[in-house]
Design a protein around this ligand. Structure first.
Ligand code: PMP
Length: 338
């Protein structure tokens, strides 16, 4: 038995019970570990779907170029899809992204253009604007636009949602997921709520992002926007893939709480995952501590792998420099013996 190309191995990722970080919490907390996808992230699923749909609609023709503004993981999924189907890729990324992510994209043959982070989305230098401009200038190219392309949500409605429903045998009561483009959150939530409207959908957001305030007040508040470090979640725009009616509540998580929880997932659960996984678990457990009852089943999406963050949150010196590690976490064997 074999797969015809690497992209056929996307999906069917495992659900793994969290055993240590959940101490004191009632019910069962399960993690959907998306780094088992070939591009090591949840974004492989929607990358293939966006390209399949662009082919079907005739927008993407053989030998074409895929141009996208991506924080890295979508780029990886698109690059693998492009290799399997014979397209070229150009990605624009913001300069806060890990060097590892950029190197990985170049390793799989993509051209990567680094753009400044701290400019407004409509600024011509932003990674959104540069991607759009290139797609107008380069013939036979498409700009999938993961933010507003509803193939993104559809991918999770068709794959991630049904997998979670089947893996929990319909027993899921709570679903928690970080929100960036909103595709994962809303595609899965739509599927689960159709199966059982009682399933509670919790969105995890960052400080510096507009989502939580918008959900609670209906106001797009620019005062909520400021630079933050967690990669992949939170936005300074409202992407079309975020359907607020499918998200019951948001919790915001700080860069530090997310980083510390990510390191705990690696050391205590053996889940060597990315930074936004710590955001998702920290926020979900905050909710679970108060609301989960015996018999409840919570599923948390863990979007990507830890290798991409080795020089950041998995580096003790970097953590200390950012004030994210307490001195007791930094103690050496020598300190303890003394
Ligand atoms: N975490 C990481 C590391 C990501 O790359 C992304 C994608 N932006 C997300 C979380 C959020 O997923 P989504 O775009 O489906 O909301």
């Amino acid at each position: 038995m074999y797969y015809n190309s690497i992209i056929e191995t996307i999906g069917n990722t495992p659900l793994v019970k969290l055993n240590k970080v959940t101490k004191g919490i009632k019910g069962t907390v399960l993690a959907k570990v998306e780094y088992f996808n070939p591009g090591n992230s949840v974004k492989d699923r929607m990358a293939v779907k966006m390209i399949d749909d662009a082919e079907k609609s005739g927008k993407l023709k053989p030998g074409g170029t895929i141009i996208e503004g991506t924080s890295g993981n979508t780029g990886m999924g698109l690059a693998l899809t492009a290799i399997a189907k014979g397209y070229k890729c150009i990605f624009t990324v913001s300069d806060k992204q890990s060097q590892e992510k950029i190197n990985i994209l170049r390793a799989v043959g993509a051209e990567v253009i680094v753009c400044p982070t701290n400019v407004a989305p409509e600024d011509p230098r932003s990674y959104y604007s540069v991607a759009k401009r290139l797609s107008h200038e380069i013939p036979n190219s498409i700009y999938p636009n993961q933010y507003d392309n509803l193939s993104n949500t559809a991918a999770h409605y068709e794959t991630t949602g049904p997998e979670i429903w089947e893996q929990t045998e319909g027993k899921i009561t709570h679903y928690a997921c970080g929100v960036g483009t909103g595709g994962t959150m809303c595609g899965v939530s739509k599927y689960l709520k159709e199966k059982n409207p009682q399933v509670f959908a919790l969105g995890l957001d960052t400080y510096g992002s507009v989502f939580k305030k918008y959900k609670e007040t209906g106001v797009f508040d620019e005062n909520e926007i400021f630079p933050y470090m967690t990669e992949g979640i939170g936005e300074d725009i409202l992407p079309k893939n975020v359907d607020f009616s499918l998200i019951d509540a948001f919790i915001k998580v700080t860069d530090k709480d997310a980083a510390v929880m990510t390191r705990r997932l690696a050391r205590e659960e053996g889940l060597f995952v990315g930074w936004s996984c710590g955001s998702a678990v920290f926020g979900a457990l905050e909710y679970a501590r108060e609301h989960l009852k015996e018999g409840d089943v919570m599923v948390i999406i863990l979007p990507d792998h830890g290798t991409r963050y080795l020089n950041k949150i998995y580096n003790d010196t970097w953590m200390k420099d950012h004030g994210f590690l307490e001195s007791r976490d930094f103690a050496t064997a020598k300190d303890i013996i003394q």
